[in-house]
Design a protein. Structure first.
Length: 190
């Protein structure tokens, strides 16, 4: 059951700036924290948040609600692989988010801090997957270019490369047709 629509990173940072540790408070089943998070995640007032909490309590225990809110505020359920989970050196959710932002910046310097703040924690993971795919594609293109440079240099040194290879509109390597070869011969082999 989804308890909140979304948590914006900026809202989490603004909330924790007052020395409030969201994860610690949820771990202690702080009722005020749970209501504040329902209010923050659903963009509603305190009265509506309390009403939602009462509705959730009919189907879940307070511990289950706190656990689900923890996953929702983080934006993702933890992985079964230990190395993918949050490190113990981080003490607040803000620390985790800053670390995530810094890691994203190492691959995508186009993401500004204001764009990151306005991103939801759920979309943060989708954005990171896109950055990862883009990085892998760029690296594959770079490796392919380096390989082709070496192949063409080798062919050029062995006398097999007479002219620059070209691609057809479909992306395949252009092979000279019989008609093109005949036209070259007629033009004097140029």
């Amino acid at each position: 059951m989804q308890l909140a629509k979304e948590f914006l990173i900026g809202d989490i940072w603004d909330y924790e700036i007052n020395n409030v540790n969201i994860l610690e408070e949820l771990g202690q089943l702080n009722l005020f924290m749970i209501i504040d998070l329902i209010e923050l995640g659903n963009k509603c007032d305190a009265e509506m948040a309390e009403s939602l909490l009462n509705k959730y309590l009919k189907e879940m225990t307070l511990e289950q609600i706190a656990e689900e809110l923890t996953y929702e505020v983080i934006g993702n359920k933890p992985s079964e692989k230990k190395e993918d989970n949050v490190e113990e050196k981080w003490t607040t959710l803000s620390d985790v988010l800053w670390s995530f932002f810094n890691q994203l910046q190492s691959l995508d310097s186009n993401l500004s801090i204001s764009e990151f703040r306005s991103m939801s924690t759920k979309s943060m993971y989708k954005y990171a997957e896109g950055v990862k795919e883009r990085h892998i594609n760029n690296m594959n293109l770079e490796l392919e270019k380096m390989y082709m440079d070496k192949v063409m240099l080798n062919q050029s040194m062995n006398g097999k490369l007479k002219e620059c290879p070209r691609l057809d509109p479909d992306g395949s390597l252009h092979k000279e047709t019989l008609q093109e070869k005949l036209m070259k011969l007629r033009a004097g082999g140029k």
